[in-house]
Design a protein around this ligand. Structure first.
Ligand SMILES: [Zn+2]
Length: 129
């Protein structure tokens, strides 16, 4: 059976603006931005606060631990991932209330506690054993 070609590409505008995010990933930190005016934390990072319209944002760790809300084991890989072994993608809610999609390392189940880290390029969630 032929697979259906899919192309998924993130284009983050103004690379300089997101430099702290990419540098954070290299250190194993997942950074979002927090509005200094109303305190709302955003991931992916936002330049402006959609809630209060302020533009005074600071970089902040979105949390080191989280909980698996749901997950999916990928058997039929999309374009660019054909050579990977089967892998698991999860939706994790961090201790700071941020929901994000990540690559799950280990055997997940809904409600499992995970540590958030990075391999320098991707957000990884390691299931606590
Ligand atoms: Zn705000």
């Amino acid at each position: 059976m032929d697979g259906i070609p899919l192309i998924m590409k993130y284009t983050l505008p103004a690379e300089e603006l997101y430099k702290p995010f990419w540098e954070g990933l290299k250190r194993g930190e997942i950074l979002g931005t927090r509005c200094k005016k109303c305190g709302t934390l955003y991931f992916p990072p936002q330049k402006d606060c959609p809630k209060c319209m302020a533009s005074d944002m600071e970089w902040m760790d979105i949390g080191k631990v989280g909980e698996v809300m749901t997950y999916s084991i990928v058997l039929q890989k999309p374009q660019g991932f054909e050579n990977f072994s089967d892998y698991t993608i999860g939706i994790v809610r961090t201790e700071k209330g941020i929901d994000l999609m990540c690559w799950v390392i280990g055997t997940p189940k809904v409600g499992a506690k995970v540590f958030l880290t990075s391999d320098g390029q991707r957000v990884l969630c390691k299931v606590r054993s």
